[in-house]
Design a protein around this ligand. Structure first.
Ligand SMILES: NC(=O)c1ccc[n+]([C@@H]2O[C@H](COP(=O)([O-])OP(=O)(O)OC[C@H]3O[C@@H](n4cnc5c(N)ncnc54)[C@H](O)[C@@H]3O)[C@@H](O)[C@H]2O)c1
Length: 236
């Protein structure tokens, strides 16, 4: 952690460009602009007519419908990607090639080949890459993890976690942004801190790749009706 004594000058904020001004992007934009003092939201990009402008105007940032403008902007230190998932990998690769630190919403990729492409792009550009695994920053999940790590429950055999999100059959009282407000803020604060200090992000591209491999094995298992080892999806 940086020494923040009263006499030290406040380090310049990390200047962030936000890609995607939909539901999640709007929440992240508000978090960056209002809840993280070390971040400054300077530009929002979204190809949908009016989407970036609507968000940026409330948050005091510039707006563009062209993500290339944002990636070419030398004032942007770091990019937060909250576009539709199909575009994540290409945006990570583009942002890394432009020398920006990258935070990407989950999923970072839809195939293991694309996950490798994103990881390699960040590695070869030498930029930090963090993925939006917000629950790692939720105080209750973190406390449970610490208990397990300290041996408090012996060797875990099974973890069951159910969160009922608003959607796909029955509406719910709280949205994910209500349930995980602190976790969403915590993950972006940790990203900004990693960019400022040069520390390795707490959630890496490799973590996203690991989660994707498990998800692909689960999908294959549902489709085939049999257990599927992670090795099998790795070989595909
Ligand atoms: N971490 C979480 O808990 C969590 C929760 C919700 C959503 N998400 C993820 O956040 C992402 C966005 O979800 P959402 O609910 O905000 O979707 P959304 O449909 O509300 O918003 C997506 C936005 O991306 C824009 N967009 C599409 N293509 C783009 C491109 N090439 N460049 C820039 N912008 C582009 C769209 O115009 C739209 O405004 C998804 O990947 C989703 O999986 C994560």
């Amino acid at each position: 952690m940086t020494d923040m004594t009263a006499s030290s000058p406040r380090p310049s904020p990390v200047r962030v460009g936000l890609i995607g001004a939909g539901r999640m992007g709007s929440f992240h934009g508000e978090t960056l602009a209002r809840r993280i003092p070390d971040a400054q939201l300077i530009v929002v990009a979204d190809p949908a007519p009016g989407a970036a402008e609507r968000l940026a105007s409330v948050l005091g940032a510039r707006a563009t419908t062209d993500t290339t403008d944002l990636l070419d902007d030398s004032e942007v230190d770091a990019v937060v990607i909250a576009s539709a998932a199909a575009f994540h990998t290409d945006l990570v690769v583009g942002a890394a090639a432009a020398g920006k630190a990258v935070f990407c919403e989950k999923p970072m990729a839809l195939t293991l080949a694309d996950a490798d492409r994103a990881i390699e792009a960040a590695r070869s550009a030498g930029v930090p890459l963090q993925v939006g695994f917000n629950r790692r920053f939720a105080p209750d999940f973190r406390a449970a993890r610490d208990v397990v790590a300290a041996g408090g429950v012996g060797t875990p055999q099974l973890m069951r976690s159910i969160t009922r999100d608003r959607g796909i059959v029955t509406d719910t009282v709280r949205r994910d942004a209500d349930l995980f407000r602190d976790a969403y803020t915590g993950e972006l604060a940790a990203f900004v801190e990693a960019v400022r200090t040069g520390a390795t992000p707490q959630v890496t591209g490799e973590d996203a790749r690991g989660a994707l491999a498990i998800a692909l094995a689960c999908i294959a298992s549902v489709k085939t009706g049999r257990p599927v080892h992670i090795d099998e999806v790795e070989k595909q």
